[in-house]
Design a protein. Structure first.
Ligand code: T46
Length: 142
């Protein structure tokens, strides 16, 4: 699965902490966009889609959230609850976000501008596009 936990170095002392995000140092892509999600109500699920091309790094800079990740071959759940811990999510990974704490602020760095046509919002369509890709890769390999 094209996901990875990224441990972010914290700088600081008893006076406070600082985490720096830098392309090619601890962010594995050129940063083209930053957005953050906050004020999510209890019981709400966000996401519920995959991206055809987009790569992202998500960090719970405050509070916590759970993310279900599914690449069509299996699913796993990741808890983000530390500002020093990031989650890289590559393209063609279905994601659902839930159990947001009241104070959660989830910051996301992305390697592309916002593009609604990059979203796959239907799970059956997601599985279909995955199998199309697998077939085409097999053809190229021959
Ligand atoms: C993802 C998860 C973790 C914009 O105008 N610009 C943006 O850059 C984004 C991300 C969203 N929007 C608008 C589009 C919608 O009207 O903000 C509204 C909420 O977006 P969405 O329903 O896509 O939000 P989430 O929380 O379901 O998903 C977002 C990202 O879209 C997605 O890429 O991986 O956060």
């Amino acid at each position: 699965m094209d996901i990875e936990r990224v441990q972010l170095q914290s700088h600081g002392d008893h006076g406070g902490m600082l985490v720096s995000l830098e392309t090619d140092r601890n962010v594995p892509f050129p940063i083209r966009r930053v957005y953050y999600i906050f004020g999510t109500q209890q019981g709400i699920h966000r996401g519920c889609h995959a991206h055809r091309h987009l790569n992202q790094l998500a960090i719970a800079v405050r509070g916590s959230v759970k993310i279900l990740l599914d690449d069509g071959n299996g699913a796993r759940e990741v808890l983000l609850d530390q500002p020093s811990s990031g989650l890289f999510m590559g393209s063609m990974v279905w994601r659902e976000l839930y159990d947001f704490s009241d104070d959660c602020v989830l910051m996301v760095l992305a390697d592309q501008p916002y593009d609604p046509t990059d979203y796959i919002r239907d799970y059956a369509q997601f599985l279909g596009e995955l199998s199309d890709r697998t077939y085409l890769e097999g053809v190229v390999a021959c």
